[in-house]
Design a protein around this ligand. Structure first.
Ligand code: UD1
Length: 375
């Protein structure tokens, strides 16, 4: 049973579900009598529910319609976590899965891991072991607890294995498999580059920057949001910016009356959240990216697009050591402007780098390991 809830979960689960289908096809062709096929059930908690935050991703990633939709919606952390737990328990009891797969670090991940483990169902955590060291970040708490209760922990980097070891999680439960988000990127990259999104936005390759902001630490206080809006306006005098605005951020821009200011007289193009393919196409052809997202730090690494992460820490340091990512203090406008100038003056774009095992085959490795575990 796979459990997803938010936008970044969808691209992480799609390659795993595809790997189950591929495994079953192989079993049917090669050894029909010896090995049973795997059946899979998809549960969507409904933490993200909009057409633009959810539906379009199911369509573009080729995900099946969820077998169960829990419809939990938005709320406080406790409300969301509790609603997922209450709605999921009867589903797990009815379906009796052999194993439950959760991905990433969102509230739905934590809630699902707790419910399954308390019912005695083994929990698989995909993207285990990431640590920012920052407990003010809700995701960090979700990561810590999910990893403690998970039975099988799949990691995207060797650094994550070390984090888990330092927390006393036995090495036999941990396996470094690569990055399923990058599996999705590789699978869809050509289709993404064929999308007419640049023409639609009237921009040319390498002549624009992409901005995404949604972390509570950046957008929840009017001070930090206003400061970032004014930095973006400054940057946009040199480089046009495309800013697909996350639902949470739009709500706060509206509440604090910052929408007009954020547009910087038209030099910052505020857009609705984009679908997977349009966003990937936009990212791949950007001059630089300013973000506070986790996944985008990984995607820009593989795409070779310079990424300035507007955070004080990252749970994905491999994107700094081996990728194009750099942390920039979001409270220091001069540092942000400096970092952007540095990228704009660089003679060439960065060479795409590929951290170990980010090869598009993580989903396959996960399914092979799960089959071994179940056997
Ligand atoms: C969640 C995850 C975050 C992830 C992000 C990706 C947690 C703690 N946070 O943050 O790790 O990076 O998803 O997007 O799980 N909203 C809509 N439509 C939707 C969903 C949300 O309008 O389909 C609005 C609601 O006003 C909601 C707000 O966005 O209150 C925030 O949604 P929420 O799921 O709480 O957190 P995100 O900021 O999306």
């Amino acid at each position: 049973m796979h459990i997803v809830g938010t936008r970044p979960n969808f691209m992480k689960i799609a390659p795993i579900m595809a790997a189950v289908d591929a495994w079953n096809n192989r079993v049917r062709d090669e050894r029909p009598a010896a090995t049973p096929v795997l059946s899979q059930v998809l549960v969507h908690t409904g933490q993200h529910y909009d057409e633009k935050m959810s539906t379009v991703f199911f369509e573009e990633l080729g995900l099946p319609k969820p077998d169960h939709y829990l419809g939990v919606g938005s709320g406080t952390h406790a409300e969301m976590t509790a609603r997922v737990m209450l709605a999921l328990e009867p589903v797990i009891l009815a379906e009796q899965p052999a194993i439950v797969v959760v991905v990433g670090d969102v509230n739905s991940t934590l809630a699902a891991a707790l419910v399954a483990t308390k019912l005695g169902i083994p929990v698989v955590h995909v993207e285990a072991g990431l640590r920012s060291g920052d407990r003010a970040m809700p995701e960090e708490l979700n990561r810590l607890v999910t990893d403690q209760v998970a039975d099988l922990l799949f990691t995207t980097s060797r650094g994550a294995d070390e984090n888990l070891e330092a927390e006393g999680i036995p090495a036999r439960r941990v396996m470094f498999v690569g990055n399923t988000m990058i599996d999705s990127l590789e699978r869809h990259r050509e289709a993404a580059l064929r999308r007419p999104i640049l023409a639609d936005l009237d921009i040319s390759p390498r002549e624009y920057g992409v901005v995404t902001l949604h972390r509570p630490s950046n957008v929840d206080s009017v001070e930090s949001l206003a400061r970032l809006v004014s930095v973006l306006a400054q940057i946009s005098r040199e480089l046009p910016l495309i800013f697909p605005v996350h639902a949470r951020t739009r709500r706060l821009l509206e509440r604090h009356d910052l929408l007009t200011e954020a547009e910087a007289d038209g030099r910052v193009a505020l857009a609705e959240p984009l679908g997977y393919l349009d966003f990937l196409g936009l990212l791949a052809q950007a001059k630089l990216v300013l973000t506070d997202s986790g996944g985008i730090q990984e995607e820009t690494t593989v795409l070779g697009v310079p990424c300035l992460t507007l955070r004080k820490n990252t749970e994905r340091p491999v994107t700094i050591w081996e990728g194009t990512n750099r942390l920039v203090d979001p409270e220091d406008p001069a540092a942000i402007i400096d970092a952007v100038s540095g990228v704009l003056q660089a003679p060439r774009r960065s060479t795409p780098r590929r951290p170990e095992l980010w090869d598009g085959r993580a989903g396959e490795r996960i399914i092979e390991a799960i089959v071994r575990y179940l056997a």
